[in-house]
Design a binder for this molecule. Structure first.
Ligand SMILES: Cc1ncc(COP(=O)(O)O)c(C=O)c1O
Length: 412
């Protein structure tokens, strides 16, 4: 339809984050017989259903205030709990609707159109979207097994780059699975102090560590840090509960913008989160179970991939998180082009190109071990190898997989 007669013309901001063909294709995998290794959804079998029911019941009976409007920054008791955990003052804490909203808020309050934001390429899709929506101009940085290559950032800084923000995922980057090493974390903090940029430290997978050592929080190394956190991966994402810890100088701007955007984070969700987070012994037991589960799942998928692909697929057994980032060792391979054939062959993954900042990552794919039952992980690896290695043309259905896959209209 002609723009002049159309009722709606999207803004320039919307144009910067338009939907991708891959996202639309992956919406198709929610059909019987397709094993999805695509979605970034946590294991629903581990959601604390009865504790949540109890929490809602208790809260509504004891404190009808949880059904009321509340303050923009978050309910005081939850802010205090968060402040204690981060060893900061409650006045630095803002409770958000998931860490995605924290990323959006930090982008809105710091970026003007065209301002540079440096981040790893491949990058976390939600952060790419938030920074682009706010008008940020993305600067791609290389990454390896120790996370973002800070010496490459330093070179760019010496060459004149002046980013407003540098975005890092501390533990188990999505999609690469890499953890920023302690020495790189220190180096990054020094550069922030020297060149005056703000670090956005996102760390949703820290608790889902089944081996190795965590990276030190950047906030312990520099004052120029916004820490972004979520309970989506350890409790459940439907609560949409996250938070940010911000430098004092930023606090008022963030609170003002949040008020304009949604008044405050859902009071009931904050009450439920606080109830679960502070129930004696609950979180430590729950997290221990999750670590055992995700560790087992990672090992099942990786050993099936090794069996099915031999040396044709390069990947590392992750120390935590939910993903395996793998490179197909075949000249000219294009995992995005392989995806429709894989879906026809009964398995879905996210091709590397979905995480593009500037590089296409055509030889790469991201496989999630979070939600599929172990036998589906093994069968998924078999189907994947058939598609990738044998040029399997598909068309055949695989009704053998046990559970219907989770919906993957979102594959963050
Ligand atoms: C690196 C990273 N950051 C942030 C998020 C967003 O999480 P939420 O908005 O549910 O807190 C995700 C979710 O997949 C993620 O992988």
């Amino acid at each position: 339809m002609d723009q002049s007669t159309s009722a709606f013309a999207p803004s320039r901001a919307v144009g910067r984050i338009s939907s991708s063909a891959i996202r639309e294709l992956l919406a198709l995998v929610d059909r019987p017989g397709v094993i999805s290794l695509a979605g970034g959804l946590p294991s629903a079998r581990h959601f604390p259903v009865s504790e949540t029911r109890r929490a809602v019941d208790d809260l509504v009976r004891r404190d009808p205030g949880v059904l009321q409007y509340s303050s923009t920054e978050g309910i005081p008791a939850l802010r205090e709990w968060i402040a204690t955990r981060h060893q900061v003052r409650p006045e630095q804490v803002i409770v958000t609707h998931g860490s995605q909203q924290a990323l959006d808020l930090v982008a809105r309050v710091t970026l003007d159109e065209g301002d540079p934001v440096a981040l790893a390429d491949p990058g976390y899709i939600g952060a790419i979207q938030a920074f682009r929506l706010a008008g940020g101009s993305l600067v791609a940085l290389p990454t390896d097994d120790d996370g973002l290559r800070i010496e490459a950032l330093e070179e760019r800084l010496h060459a004149g780059l002046r980013p407003r923000l540098v975005y890092v995922v501390l533990n188990f980057h999505n999609p690469t699975g890499a953890t920023l090493s302690a020495s790189r974390a220190r180096h990054l903090a020094q550069l922030a102090d020297r060149f005056g940029f703000l670090i956005v430290e996102d760390d949703p997978y820290a608790e889902i560590r089944f081996s190795g050592n965590p990276s030190p929080s950047l906030a312990s190394l520099s004052d120029r840090v916004v820490s972004v956190r979520t309970i989506s991966k350890v409790l459940f994402p439907g609560l949409r509960l996250g938070w940010m810890v911000v430098p004092d100088s930023m606090f008022r701007s963030v609170a003002l913008v949040k008020q304009a955007v949604d008044l405050h984070t859902a009071t009931l969700a904050q009450g439920v989160a606080l109830h679960l987070l502070t129930r004696p012994g609950f979180m430590s037991d729950h997290v221990r179970v999750l670590q055992g589960y995700y560790g087992d799942q990672a090992r099942v998928l990786c050993s099936a991939l090794a069996t099915e692909f031999g040396d044709q697929l390069e990947f590392a057994l992750p120390d935590g998180g939910m993903f395996v980032w793998a490179r197909v060792r075949r000249p000219g391979v294009d995992t995005e082009a392989l995806l429709p054939r894989a879906i026809d062959g009964g398995v879905a993954f996210v091709p590397g190109s979905a995480f593009t900042v500037t590089e296409p990552h055509r030889a790469y794919l991201r496989l999630s071990f979070a939600a599929a039952p172990p036998e589906d992980l093994a069968e998924g690896a078999r189907r994947l190898a058939r598609t990738v290695l044998d040029g399997h043309r598909g068309g055949r259905r695989h009704p053998g997989c046990r559970a219907a896959p989770p919906p993957v209209d979102r594959y963050n």
